[in-house]
Design a protein. Structure first.
Length: 386
């Protein structure tokens, strides 16, 4: 068989059976370039090209490269694409090509590359392991969290989103869980993590197909089912951990109402959760020093409550004192308006509410005497509102 015939017969592994999906702990892979095409420029708008964000911005060319297989996961299932590099095996001293975007096009896995490669070129794909591990901790953590919440009425997962590196993720649910439910859910998740339940992937022929992307060829594709011990079983294309202990930790955050009635619950897992815990403890120590109290959560909360109460009391006192000052200013204006045509009221530390209260009480007197009342606030030698 000639070399040209061999190149013509090169085919890429389909999404669903990629090396990264068969072994999510694989860190590198030697592969062959199957196709390489230049990415089309953005479409014209109103007969002109899209304007760059800055005048000196240069639009860089991108090539869409498909390989015989891929250790780099294409974005899908709520999981971002992997990052990595490509190293030419024909020239191992050449600079590695950075890959920051991997895309699924139907059944094809395509890397966005800043430079083209020849069909038939052999490369070594190297994975950004730290990013993949973080993505897997968040994604598998979401599967476990959703499995635990499914045992509660009205807390089945409607959708989810993974935050960017270091940020919180979220799951959308039908109602807001109580504080007691959130504590119980978090505790149960971490119990299951400590039990190191096995996480398996299989491709049964009778797997449900109702949640597949519209452009995925169900007839030729591979439908993957992710199982966590005996507690969860769901179709998913993403890369996952091998056991729950690798999630390390799950922490639940705040809730907010979305879409009028649903609830969005934030959560984080793995290294992100550990980092959040560490930063929270650090913040607790700082607040404890500030308030001269113990570093325990209850002690810091009590100190914060006392500070809040003291602030509320100070605001009441301030309001009372300002009312007394306003009464004094009203009496002064009514007295001076009989002999002065221009009257000043200046306060460095008051706002509009203070002045409007005075105006309401003196405007008739000022009008009758034909005087002018000027009022100002703010620091001296600076522009102030009149």
């Amino acid at each position: 068989m000639s070399e040209s015939t061999e190149l013509a017969e090169l085919q890429g592994q389909i999404v669903g059976a990629l090396a990264c999906q068969r072994d999510s702990y694989l860190e590198s892979l030697d592969a062959v370039v199957v196709s390489c095409v230049k990415k089309e420029a953005p479409p014209l708008q109103n007969g002109t090209k899209k304007k760059a964000k800055a005048s000196n911005e240069v639009q860089k060319d991108t090539w869409l490269i498909e390989f015989s297989d891929s250790v780099l996961f294409p974005e899908g299932g709520g999981q971002p694409s992997d990052y990595g590099t490509l190293q030419l095996l024909s020239d191992t001293n050449s600079e590695a090509i950075p890959i920051k975007s991997v895309e699924r096009l139907g059944l094809r896995c395509v890397c966005h590359s800043p430079q083209p490669l020849k069909v038939g070129e052999r490369v070594r794909q190297n994975l950004d392991v730290k990013r993949r591990w973080d993505n897997m901790q968040q994604h598998t953590g979401q599967h476990l969290l959703s499995a635990v919440m499914n045992s509660y009425d009205g807390l089945n997962t409607l959708g989810w989103g993974m935050g960017s590196e270091g940020d919180m993720n979220y799951v959308d649910i039908a109602r807001k869980p109580s504080e007691a439910e959130m504590e119980a859910i978090q505790a149960r998740c971490n119990e299951l993590i400590s039990e190191s339940l096995p996480i398996a992937v299989d491709t049964p022929s009778d797997a449900k197909q109702d949640r597949l992307p519209g452009d995925y060829d169900k007839g030729r594709g591979v439908i993957r089912v992710i199982s966590i011990g005996g507690i969860d079983r769901n179709t998913c294309c993403g890369t996952h951990l091998r056991q729950t202990s690798h999630i390390s930790l799950i922490l639940l955050g705040s809730t907010q109402t979305v879409h009028g009635k649903n609830c969005r619950l934030s959560f984080t897992a793995g290294r992100r959760a550990i980092d959040l815990s560490a930063s929270s403890v650090g913040a607790m120590r700082s607040m404890a020093r500030l308030w001269s109290c113990g570093q325990g959560a209850e002690e810091v909360a009590a100190a914060a409550s006392r500070t809040n109460d003291a602030l509320a009391d100070l605001k009441k006192r301030e309001k009372k004192l300002l009312a007394e000052i306003a009464t004094y200013e009203v009496d002064r204006i009514k007295s001076e308006v009989r002999k002065e045509k221009a009257i000043w009221v200046y306060r460095a530390d008051t706002g509009l509410e203070f002045f409007t209260g005075i105006i309401a009480q003196v405007k008739e007197s000022v009008k009758e005497e034909g005087a002018v009342l000027l009022m100002a606030s703010g620091e001296e030698k600076r522009a102030v509102p009149l």
